[in-house]
Design a protein around this ligand. Structure first.
Ligand code: FES
Length: 338
């Protein structure tokens, strides 16, 4: 059984299979709807049902209030059509968004590397090319869990047959625990993608600041590689924060890029100074490193933030105090995969 859903105001038509969510069907048919968490908790994907019957599915009562349900609103990421529908969505697509269609892929694990004591690098060969924008993410199916986990793609789009992930072990997390303890080279996995609105706005001429912490480095790494490969002439700054030297992975790679490209500047920051050896980088929080480098003023820059929520909050405060407009700050909020 399938249902036809007309999406107003564009009039796009989506065919939804029985048991498939509205969002899953739309993204797979190249019809973009706003979304973020993908599992009914943030409310970003709220749409109005104008005609027809639709089950609200597993929508959180906090993300979709009783009153909204009574008014015919649903969360597209949970909504299960029960008839043909007409819906209305707030579609405000960024002009730089490529809108690549989401597809399902099989992938074979070809390499696993310990990037740090807590982060593994997983390299997978896809069964066919996946078009994506640097900064986007995939949903990886976790066997036996009946659920997926979101991980940013670390490689640039110039390698569309490959997906590299940086996976930090989350204590007690079933998904990241499986990746760290059970996933082996040669395993076949299922994933879907690309997802997300975290990408470099190309039409903007402002210089670019990336602030990254932990495994939040993956999407900035992809975005910076993409910019450099394209010969982008903006000044690009990467501030990479880590708790200690062992956690500061891919440092040599960024130092090499900085040596090769006059417009790329690498600024590592450690929360604590190493107990042995020399360290010429910044000691302290990564947003403080950025503040110190720019003398507190970030005017004229666009910022991309990816990392733990406290790092993102502190970076937003520092950037806004340093005269960056809210519209010039982009962040990846929902990649706290456990
Ligand atoms: Fe977050 Fe649907 S995308 S609730």
């Amino acid at each position: 059984m399938t249902y036809e859903v007309v999406v107003e105001p564009t009039g796009a038509v989506v065919t939804v299979e029985e048991g498939q969510t509205l969002l899953a069907a739309a993204l797979r048919q190249g019809v973009w709807l706003p979304f973020a968490c993908g599992h009914g908790t943030c409310g970003t994907c709220k749409v109005q049902v104008l005609e027809g019957d639709c089950d609200t599915g597993d929508a959180s009562p906090f993300a979709l209030l009783d009153m909204e349900r009574e008014e015919g609103r649903v969360l597209a990421c949970c909504a299960l059509p029960q008839s043909d529908l007409v819906i209305e969505a707030d579609i405000d697509v960024d002009p730089d968004f490529a809108g690549h269609t989401v597809e399902d892929y099989r992938a074979t694990v070809v390499a696993i590397e310990a990037l740090s004591p807590t982060i593994k690098g997983i390299t997978m060969a896809l069964d066919r090319d996946m078009a994506f924008q640097a900064g986007q993410y995939v949903n990886l199916e976790i066997p036996g869990l009946g659920a997926t986990r979101a991980f940013s793609i670390a490689n640039p789009p110039s390698r569309p047959d490959t997906v590299e992930l940086h996976v930090r072990r989350v204590e007690g997390g079933a998904g990241t625990g499986w990746v760290h303890d059970q996933l082996q080279v040669g395993d076949s996995v299922a994933l879907s993608g690309p997802y997300g609105q975290f990408f470099v706005r190309r039409s903007d001429v402002k210089d670019v600041i990336f602030i990254a912490g932990g495994s939040g480095l993956s999407s900035p790494e992809s975005m910076i590689a993409d910019l450099l490969e394209r010969g982008d002439e903006r000044q690009i700054h990467l501030f990479q924060g880590a708790r200690c030297l062992d956690e500061l992975y891919h440092r040599e790679r960024f130092e090499q890029w900085a040596a090769q490209h006059a417009n790329f500047h690498y600024h590592p920051a450690l929360n604590e100074a190493p107990s042995c050896g020399s360290w010429s980088g910044y000691v302290g929080f990564v947003h403080e490193a950025a503040k110190t480098h720019f003398n507190g003023s970030f005017a004229g820059h666009k910022a991309y933030l990816c990392g733990p929520p406290p790092m993102i909050d502190a970076a937003i405060t520092a950037l806004m105090q340093g005269r960056v407009f809210e519209a010039d700050i982009h962040m990846e909020k929902f990649l706290t995969a456990a």
